[in-house]
Design a protein around this ligand. Structure first.
Ligand code: FMN
Length: 211
């Protein structure tokens, strides 16, 4: 068995992680991230927005229909278990600073959800969970996906970074020489894992270009 490659960013990994899947393109990133978080032993909380359900079903070619069935099929694809919350369940535990998870990730993050978080105008549980992470000083990682980006998008993302979020666009690097699309997906998921402080072997660290 090949030993895991060392992570390039060690850190203190959170015990509980809330993952919000919004309606941006990038379902494979969410699958890989949730799989990696589950394998790393994180206690997972998950909420998929209504548009996220539509995108997951389309991009993963799921035969399931309806939010609960699509979310279950997504978790099955990821090989993970999670406490699942409806997107409008604003009374759920992740909505309060007194019962919030250790870290929040929105992957992928639509421009709509990014704007709502940046404006402090939470309309869904994932927006509120992100808002709580910021106000409580806990890690918030957003994985925006849109192109091209307007000045409006860029301003909202800057506001998120200024408020303490890690803005980690779904931009795979090619210095690790991905051989497959999955390798490129893994690169983005690995960057999120690093940002959260998890060791991982999703892509090899830069070797100085000597390989
Ligand atoms: C197939 C599909 C792909 C989409 N891709 C993106 C995208 O990459 N980025 C984005 O910001 N919005 C994208 N959208 C639009 C969002 O889903 C839409 O703005 C929605 O209102 C976002 O709501 P949410 O943030 O609550 O999930 C996409 C929509 C669909 C149906």
């Amino acid at each position: 068995m090949t030993p895991p490659r060392p992570s390039n960013v060690p850190g203190t990994a959170p015990g509980s992680v809330f993952v919000g899947v919004s309606g941006a393109s990038g379902a494979p990133y969410a699958v890989r991230l949730v799989r990696a978080l589950g394998a790393a032993g994180a206690r997972l909380q998950l909420s998929v927005s209504e548009s996220g359900v539509q995108v997951l079903a389309h991009e993963l070619e799921l035969t399931a229909a309806g939010r609960e069935a699509v979310t279950a099929a997504f978790l099955e694809r990821a090989g993970a278990t999670a406490q699942v919350f409806a997107p409008d369940d604003l009374g759920a535990l992740p909505a309060s600073g007194s019962s919030a998870p250790d870290a929040v990730v929105i992957c992928p993050c639509s421009m709509s959800t990014a704007a709502h978080i940046a404006l402090g105008a939470s309309r869904t549980l994932m927006q509120r969970a992100a808002d709580v992470a910021l106000k409580e000083g806990r890690p918030l990682v957003v994985v925006p996906r849109e192109t091209p980006l307007t000045a409006i998008h860029l301003r909202r993302l800057l506001e998120l970074a200024e408020a303490g979020a890690v803005v980690l666009p779904a931009m795979p690097g090619f210095y690790s020489r991905p051989q497959t699309l999955q390798d490129a997906v893994d690169h983005v998921a690995g960057k999120v894992m690093s940002a959260l402080g998890f060791a991982h072997d999703l892509f090899p660290p830069w070797d100085g270009g000597r390989a």
